[in-house]
Design a protein around this ligand. Sequence first.
Ligand code: GDD
Length: 283
Amino acid sequence: MLGTIDYSVIVPAYKEASNLRPLVTRIFSSLNRIDSPVPAGQVEIIVVDDNSRDGSVEVVQALQQEGFNVRIIVRTTERGLSSAVVRGFQEAQGDNMLCMDADLQHPPEYVPQMLAAMSPSKLFVLGTRYGGGAGAIDEGWPLHRRIISSGARLLALPLTSASDPMSGFFGIRKEAFLKARNLNTNGFKIALELLVKAQVHSNAIAEVPFAFGLRTAGESKLDSKVMRLYIEQLLELYWYTYNGLIAFAVLLFLVLVFVLWRYLTASSEPMVTTAVQGGHHGQ
Ligand SMILES: Nc1nc2c(ncn2[C@@H]2O[C@H](COP(=O)(O)OP(=O)(O)O[C@H]3O[C@H](CO)[C@@H](O)[C@H](O)[C@@H]3O)[C@@H](O)[C@H]2O)c(=O)[nH]1
């Protein structure tokens, strides 16, 4: 019999049939270890699949029959990583919700620690490839991915103090998730979106350093469209965070331009020395 579900693991998945069995079994064997800080019976896994039709549903059904608390939501009218994660959070029974990739790049063995890191005072947990002096990116990660990742991280610095807001391995407490309004669910960077719009303060973020693994099956869906969406998302978040400041800076700039223009036009006008000569005004 199932007890109360306090923890939900949300897995966005698109064409990940071959990764789902190792993912689910490895998560539950970590939770079943004697030293796990979280009991396996309090955890559910929700896979949010965008109609992959690659056998993912059958894999999950087989796992259910074997007794694993996992279910799959198949979306047929929507697509996209971030919106899949939000859907999973909306369906979650647990107050502590973790998001992770299906492709085993987020090590399932970190799940108990990540789940246990959330509490009423730690509303957000971030699996970080950069925090805690871990230098945690796998040696084999391609150079172009490292450059893109560093650039993306730099651009997010004015928005959050979190060391790896690009991470797809993160958790949020339900009460914080429910505070976030007008989420932009285009693209991949839902952790950053939630950090900003759920107004998570830096002291409410727990960071767990981890080594980002290499994909062994399936393909990455990160492409130039995802990068364009990220830039759009950043502009919106800058505006969301600094709208007052930005409006003030624009106003100040316009006033300065106006003053400068007045000064330049005034100093370039010919000096008119009007000697009032008395006499009559002609008609
Ligand atoms: N449902 C659904 N899932 C998706 C979609 N696109 C991707 N996914 C799932 O989302 C997870 C991450 O997708 P990948 O395509 O493997 O992403 P990545 O390039 O490895 O990027 C990962 O690392 C980045 C850090 O560099 C993260 O920023 C990113 O969120 C993700 O975790 C995988 O489980 C994948 O199946 C989609 O449109 N719909």
